[in-house]
Design a protein around this ligand. Structure first.
Ligand SMILES: Cc1cc2nc3c(=O)[nH]c(=O)nc-3n(C[C@H](O)[C@H](O)[C@H](O)COP(=O)(O)O)c2cc1C
Length: 404
């Protein structure tokens, strides 16, 4: 594992691999306390105008943060963990904008995965990274306004590095000496309304929380909490099953042939009745054919909207009706592909009416042009693409499972 130590906004731009954006005083300490108090998710925003815009569009969201350390007009709370620690934010979405930490997230454009870093969850961060065992880790100390190195962020980066290298540093003395350096502002009487003394103690409670905060990429990136203990018990496959969602907004971005191949291969490994493998997959990337199929599907539905929601790839599953279990077998191919797409960071959705598509003359012609003969029934259209929205699962209904 190669570990890079970087500084400020310029460092964030160079961050690659799993990247930890560190802001101890106080952005990511605040976020940890927010999540500990039950916040659902945090939307980190670099630009204050965007933060105001989101608040205008979603008045139920809480707007939190600072500029020059101070809570701004129209904000629900400032960037102080003392202020946050006693607030009930159960189930709330938070918009968070600060002059350093959230800027780091906005600038870490080359990072494979972004975590926020602070002393209150440093060990959890190191545990998470060690489990993933990536080739590269970037530890970015954001410092003052992302431009000037500060002792507490560099200390946090060095501490996480020591944990990753299995040589845990004892940083008790260094934490104490922060009172004289970058933390001295919390002990100035005239600054207590902006930098209360209690903030220092809340921000330096080393390893208080056993969760990490991960930035989920998307059109509007957001931060979610991952419990390190829970993660330990839930394997990646089950997690993927629970996190896959039907996506109905896509980016205008090509999906590589390699990724499509991985997804369809996963489809071909679905179980089938008597192992007959009665399903076939038509992987459509050609825009003309994709649009034609979309038109056929829309016509069946009686609309002229794009039933494929702008997704660039359609994987059509058909199954040979001579097999008694063809409908189940084809459905399993669909699910395998949707799960594979999700595990690769892509969005997908089952789009219906494949049966009717291939009962039309145009549909039959398409099969003929590919040399497909036999009694095939369309099972489903699995649309694939890069997500332009994030979705959460609906609550599971009551009485889903009966145990005997
Ligand atoms: C057999 C089947 C047909 C579906 N057809 C459509 C469809 O035509 N259009 C669509 O937008 N979603 C379609 N869906 C997606 C469902 O609406 C979606 O799975 C459901 O709302 C649950 O959301 P989730 O997949 O994110 O858990 C279909 C799903 C299944 C299983």
């Amino acid at each position: 594992m190669k570990i890079k130590l970087l500084q400020g906004i310029e460092g964030a731009k160079k961050a690659t691999g799993i990247s930890v954006i560190i802001d101890v005083f106080r952005a990511f300490t605040v976020e940890a306390y927010l999540m500990n108090n039950g916040a659902k998710k945090i939307i980190p925003v670099g630009d204050i105008k965007t933060a105001y815009q989101y608040k205008k569009e979603h008045s139920q969201y809480l707007l939190i943060g600072e500029r020059n350390g101070k809570q701004q007009v129209g904000f629900d709370y400032g960037n102080s963990p003392t202020q946050i620690a006693s607030v009930d934010v159960e189930g709330k979405t938070i918009i968070h904008t600060t002059s350093s930490g959230t800027q780091g997230i906005a600038n870490a454009i080359n990072a494979e995965e972004i975590l926020t870093g602070s002393l209150v969850n440093a060990k959890a961060i190191a545990t998470y990274i060690k489990r993933k065992n990536p080739q590269e880790v970037s530890l970015v100390s954001m410092g003052l306004a992302g431009r000037k190195e500060t002792e507490e962020d560099t200390l946090c980066a060095n501490y996480i590095k020591s944990l990753l290298e299995d040589k845990e540093l004892d940083i008790t003395k260094e934490i104490e000496s922060l009172k004289l350096t970058s933390g001295s502002k919390f002990f100035k009487k005239e600054l207590q309304d902006i930098f209360p003394e209690q903030d220092f103690f809340l921000a330096t409670q080393l390893n208080k929380f056993n969760f990490i905060l991960k930035v989920e990429k998307g059109q509007i990136p957001y931060i979610r909490k991952i419990d390190i203990k829970k993660e330990n018990h839930m394997n990646e496959v089950i997690k993927n099953i629970m996190e896959r969602r039907s996506i109905r907004k896509y980016q205008d971005k090509e999906v590589s042939d390699e990724l499509i191949d991985e997804i369809v291969t996963a489809g071909t490994y679905a179980p089938s009745g008597r192992g007959k493998q009665p399903a076939i997959i038509i992987a459509i990337k050609n825009k003309e054919v994709r649009d034609k199929l979309a038109r056929i599907n829309a016509k069946i539905m009686g609309t002229d909207i794009d039933p494929f929601y702008g997704a660039p790839v359609v994987l059509v599953v058909l199954a040979d009706k001579s097999s008694r279990t063809y409908l189940y077998d084809g459905s399993l191919v669909m699910e395998n592909m949707m799960l594979a797409a999700s595990s690769l960071g892509l969005g997908s959705c089952w789009i219906h009416r494949a049966k009717e598509e291939f009962e039309t003359e145009e549909g039959k012609e398409l099969l003929k042009s590919l040399g497909i003969e036999g009694d095939y029934e369309g099972i489903g259209n699995c649309i694939i693409g890069y997500k332009a929205e994030e979705k959460e699962a609906a609550p599971r209904k009551e009485h889903y499972v009966y145990k005997i």
